[in-house]
Design a protein around this ligand. Sequence first.
Ligand code: FES
Ligand SMILES: [Fe+2]
Length: 356
Amino acid sequence: MQPALGKEHYVSPAAYDVERERVLMREWTCVGRALELGVGPAATGRVAVVEVLGESVLVARSDDGRLTAFYNVCRHRGSQLVPVAAGEADSVTPLAVRALRCPYHSWTYDLDGRLMRAPHTEEWAGFVFVQLTPSDAQPLAEMLGAVPERLGRYPLASLRVGWSTSYDVQANWKLICENYNECYHCAGVHPELCRLVPAFARGGRDLEWEAGIPHRDGAWTFTTSGTSERAAFDGLDEDERVRHKGELVYPNLLLSLSADHVAAFTLWPLAHDRTRIDCDLLFAPAETAQPTFDPSDAADLWDLVNRQDWAICESVQRGMSSRAFDGGWFSPMEDESLDIRRWLLPKLQRQSLERP
Ligand code: FES
Ligand SMILES: [Fe+2]
């Protein structure tokens, strides 16, 4: 058995501060769906406020349709351009403006971000990403790797949020990623899910993630009944119409794909032991437009499974914090290729700490 990532990476506030600065601030963070943020492709002259890793960031759709982003900080004396207290970004409705005028001494900025400290921003499949340290930027495409190709038949860009909720989880964000990456826990933690997907009960060994995970006979999607009135997405192959796929885009976007809906999770690290998790269920626009549209068959199952996962992650966080715990092990059923150490440790070694 391999030793897992050291304890301090989960329970130490000081280790979290280093990780936040050296790793998370240099990666692409998914901040949600462009449409939901109010800066969809047609929403020119709109500005949304998001809080990423404790930084207030403005995401704008400029007049020429480009997505831009800037730190919510005036170059003159540092006032916030859009005053918003920590933790309150979600309550700010998108602004419809041609320019931003600082409330302090009225310096004015247009929405191309040119005169501002500008993080990078890009869109993939309807998701907006920001990278807060442009001097250290890796292209978004590089970070996404083979994911766009593997999900190429799912119409992600056109999907609409049909249900969403948010969870405040008292656990380190990496525990949530690691839990998402293994199914060794499924038999014990998710009895309902294992009835729908019997392969999960076997611990997830030999799961064919590339072709997708089959459901029990007669079932084809992640709902309480295993079926749905909704149609499968157009363009899926035969496997995708009846199987389930999953992707983890480090560090903060988790995608779980059924034939008729996609569960998209964004992780928002708040502290070494606290993560907000937004869960959006995405559906074809033809479905959400129906007067009879009802996402509850999928939402009920997801909410149940989510709460089971977050509760076990919180329990791990508490257990790891014990003086009796001095580091864990990966058992043979936890796929070593998904070992988070491979992703995290080289990035933590990065020396440059230039500010944006
Ligand atoms: S601080 Fe913004 S104009 Fe003075
Ligand atoms: Fe789980």
